[in-house]
Design a protein. Sequence first.
Length: 392
Amino acid sequence: MVKEKLIPNADTKRWFWGLTIVASLLLGWGIGQLLQFHSATAEAQNGGLSQLAEDLDTLKAERKRIQAKWRSQLLAQIVPTLMDESNAAKRHYVDFLEEIGNSGTAALVVMLQDSSKRVRERAVEALGEIGEQERKAGRNYDAAAIGLAGALTDVSEDVYREALEELDDIRPTSAEALTFVVPALIEVRTRGSSEARSAVLDVLGRIGEVLAENGQEHHAIRDALIAGLNDNSTKVRTNAINELSDIRAASTETFAALIGALSDNSKSIRNRAEDVLIKLGSGNATMVTPLLTDVLTNNQSANTRGHAVDVLGEIGEDLIKKGNSGEIIVKPLLMALQDTAAEVRRNAADELGEMQTKSPAAITGLTQALKDNSKAVRRAAEKAIRRIEEAK
């Protein structure tokens, strides 16, 4: 009996020692791993661990991107199965897509093809809401913007106007989004009522304004606004001028278009064009002055020539305040002082006086104007000379 008890005890000892050896080996391996970890930690001080962390973050981001893509594609594939469902059910699905955010964008774009106008309009609203949320969060919202651009071709005026409003809210500015959005807006620039046409210019202008604030130009936007100056609606033409002002589109093309607007049959548009020419021209005198000078020599309308004199005088006054001689402006104003229309001559004398130029040529021209056959011109010349002398 004693011997039989000893055998299990021997087995137990062998089992115990076996475990001890394995534990020792594992402990040794663990210590080795710990030493390696300490070594890796030491290397991390030189950037090794931080690089590993960056790689892991990259992998996580890629994993999230792939998951989001799969989720988006799956949600889009569900849409065709809703074809026979009620419009209420479809709108509930749109609500769900809006709630989950960017992942629902692709499915919402598919729903823009639904036969129900109300479903399409609700899909547009959801795209706008997602786009605005993503923009405020500083994330990419190109998919929502591109989807809204596609909705601009909708046959329903309600859906079209809703797409315009949503684009106005999110104002996409990335290169990818603008590739789709700007051409789509230009395509519908002449669609619908004057209010709708003006709204298109609003969206183009606000996108252009954001780009201008970031030091970027977009010639297609500028050209579309210039084209708006030919609209048959006074409201649309006025809006086109305002948007050109907001995007600070100082270019030869813009100045030529605004100078053309000085001959508009609407007084309010002529005055607004004059204001914007002064605003944009003050910092671009060398660009705009030759164009205005051409008006003084070639335009048949005394009224238009008078507006050109106003613009030149304001730009000249700004130049002199900044320490410039203003000679670039004095020459065309002296030309206007010989104009066939007394009102233009009087205006030129007034502007030379407002400028308070020290140019000898200006004094000579104004002195000669004291003999003008128009009493109004003579008085304006006398007043201008007095103002110049007082400034000296």
